[in-house]
Design a protein around this ligand. Structure first.
Ligand code: DAH
Length: 325
């Protein structure tokens, strides 16, 4: 190949080079050990001696020219690559941030936190008890004898004859009284278990237990505390009423309703004055100590507060439901 052709070709090739990799290909092809220009120098020996100086000079000039063009191209591509790298690193602060989907508190946890906040502000401690409970703490100590329907296997999940998943949070009353000395003011939130499943019952649900033990407590203290709770939970104007009821561990016992203008009277919890037998079971003198207790279903409170009609929504894990509270 003659020098002019090689030169023309090289200039055209170089023009179409678009990246440093392509440029390297070009370098190997023309300026490398076996490159087109280098092989011209090897051809020198086939040329008549008198033409060699002129030819050699021309080849060297060509080589230098291509090297110059190559170098210019290399600088150009290098600058381009650097600029691109910088561009990739640039942060455009005007672009809206990427929104990450964050989860949020389950409505039951929300209501639990709210209940806790209200009672803590009135001076109650928050304590917890085990979900696997002895029949003694769950029933006997709470004055619930063998023959009581709540002890029937159909309502409870037994693990052994003497161990079960607690059916209510009331056994925490017993544990707390055995551990502490009065005066005592505690609430105890937690999971409880019963063999039930329909639109208003779950086999696992949540309760908050309350217990206040001191000298000279009366139904007035019970009523004030629960009224204050209801007003803070459901609104200033909320009224409550106490209906006579029965629980083995309180005497007298009440069912407590709240009045909501939108729903009328709704039952929200059970309560009463601690039964003297319960005090005797934990070694307290019923002549010295008095107390009131209450227990509320958290799902029920959440359903009333948010107008939810099917309790199973809480455990269906449907994001459309969960994210609307
Ligand atoms: N433990 C009862 C239940 O699960 C609720 C209850 C009623 C708790 C009266 C109390 C109480 O502390 O005094 O249905």
């Amino acid at each position: 190949m003659d020098l002019e052709t090689i030169e023309r070709e090289a200039v055209a090739r170089l023009q179409s080079v678009g990246s440093l990799q392509e440029l390297e290909q070009f370098r190997i092809e023309y300026l490398g050990k076996k490159g087109k220009v280098t092989s011209l120098l090897k051809d020198l020996k086939n040329i008549p001696p008198e033409e060699r100086p002129v030819f050699g000079k021309r080849v060297n000039e060509l080589k230098e020219k291509i090297e110059r063009l190559f170098e210019t191209k290399r600088e150009e591509l290098q600058k381009l690559a650097e600029r691109e790298a910088q561009e990739r690193l640039r942060v455009d602060v005007s672009i809206p941030g990427a929104r990450r989907k964050v989860g949020h508190t389950h409505p039951i946890s929300k209501v639990l936190e709210e209940i806790e906040r209200i009672f803590v502000s009135m001076g109650f401690d928050v304590v917890e008890g085990p979900e696997i409970e002895t029949t003694w703490h769950n029933f006997d100590a709470l004055n619930t004898p063998e023959w009581h329907p709540a002890r029937d296997e159909h309502d409870s999940f037994y693990i052994t004859k003497d161990l079960l998943l607690r059916t209510h949070t009331s056994p925490v009353q017993i544990r707390t009284m055995l551990e502490r000395k009065p005066p005592i003011a505690i609430i105890s939130p937690g999971r409880v278990y019963r063999r039930d499943y329909d639109a208003t019952h779950l086999p696992m649900f949540h309760q908050v237990e309350g217990l206040h033990v001191d000298r000279d407590l009366s139904v007035a203290h019970l009523k004030f505390t629960l009224e204050e709770f209801a007003r803070r939970m459901f609104g200033e104007k909320t009224k409550i009423r106490l209906r006579p009821s029965f629980f083995p561990f309180t005497e007298p016992s009440f069912e407590v309703d709240v009045f909501l203008p939108s729903h009328g009277w709704l039952e929200i919890l059970g309560a009463g004055m601690v039964d003297p037998n319960v005090f005797l079971n934990v070694g307290y003198d019923p002549e010295e100590w008095t107390g009131y207790a209450f227990g509320m279903g958290v799902e029920r409170i959440a359903m009333i507060k948010y107008g939810i009609t099917d309790i199973r929504e809480f455990v269906r894990n449907d994001v459309r439901f969960l994210s609307s509270y």
